[in-house]
Each structure stands twice: as structure tokens, then as C-alpha cells.
Design a protein around this ligand. Structure first.
Ligand code: MG
Length: 159
């Protein structure tokens, strides 16, 4: 049995914070604003896993109104969800994602991001694919106001 899951996230850009994407800190003169560490890609991965397993969404699991998750490490949140999905018998077949950022240029970081996400998911890096696009200078991404991520994941029930 297979299940597909979809994840999407948006975070506003802001000065004076680190730019974390996929658990990797990217050199940048701006970062992302949010209740947690604002790692838009890991949030989208978390949501895709929850969706595939029929377990709701990241806001239900880790409310951004909760002081408990203020400044939360998104890798920790993802690990929690990976455990929940795994104990229900699911394993990740593959994951594909797109990062949307006008800058900085992310292409050089794609292998590092894929490797880090594979580590967090407990899968081989060959089944994690990272793509990056700009916003073509239009919309919130293109104007540099936001960074977005989209993720699709396939889960298989283990025998
Ligand atoms: Mg988020």
C-alpha cells in the first residue's frame, strides 16, 4: 500500500535571523521570520509526511500559539513526526521538493540539503531530490519578501 503526501510553507524574510532551509544554514544577509526557527522546507516536509499518513497538519501537532514551540528546532519537530509515521508502519519511498527563493542562489546547497533531509528521514540520499527556483521577480518570492517550499512524499506500508 502506498500513500502520497503534499506539503507547502511560506515564511517572511527578515533581517537579523539565520536562513535555515532543510536543516542547513545558508549564508545570507537575511533570514526567515517565524514562531519556530522558520525552516520552511522542513515544515513542508513535516506536513507532507503527516498528510501521507493521514495525521493532520503541522499546526495541529506543534501550534504556533504554544510557548513550548517558540524558537523550536524544526529538525526536532520533523524527527517527532518521522517517529510517529514509522511506528504506524510507513517508510519513505522518495521525497521531492522545490525551494522558491529569489536569493541567495541555492543551487550549490542542494546536495547538502538533500543529505541532511535524508539523514533526518532515515533514508538514502538518492531518494531525496531538491529543486530550487526563483520567483522571476514577481509575487512575494520574486520581490524577496518570502521564501516558500513545496514537498511531495511517497510512503509505503512495510510488510
Ligand atoms: Mg512554517
Amino acid at each position: 500500500m502506498f500513500r502520497v503526501g503534499l506539503g507547502h510553507d511560506t515564511h517572511r524574510t527578515t533581517a537579523g535571523k539565520p536562513l535555515l532551509l532543510g536543516g542547513v544554514e545558508i549564508p545570507s544577509d537575511f533570514g526567515l521570520d517565524g514562531h519556530s526557527d522558520a525552516d520552511a522546507l522542513l515544515h513542508a516536509v513535516t506536513d507532507a509526511l503527516l498528510g501521507a499518513a493521514g495525521l493532520g497538519d503541522i499546526g495541529e501537532w506543534f501550534p504556533d500559539t504554544s510557548a513550548e514551540f517558540a524558537g523550536a528546532n524544526s529538525a526536532d519537530l520533523l524527527r517527532t513526526v518521522v517517529t510517529e509515521v514509522t511506528v504506524r508502519g510507513w517508510r519513505v519511498v522518495n521525497l521531492d521538493c522545490i525551494l522558491f527563493a529569489e536569493r541567495p542562489k541555492l543551487s550549490a546547497f542542494k546536495p547538502q540539503i538533500a543529505a541532511r533531509m535524508a539523514e533526518l528521514l532515515g533514508v538514502d540520499p538518492s531518494v531525496v531530490n531538491v529543486k530550487a527556483k526563483t520567483g522571476e521577480r514577481v509575487g512575494p518570492v520574486g520581490r524577496g519578501e518570502a521564501v516558500q517550499a513545496e514537498v511531495v512524499v511517497l510512503l509505503e506500508m512495510t510488510p
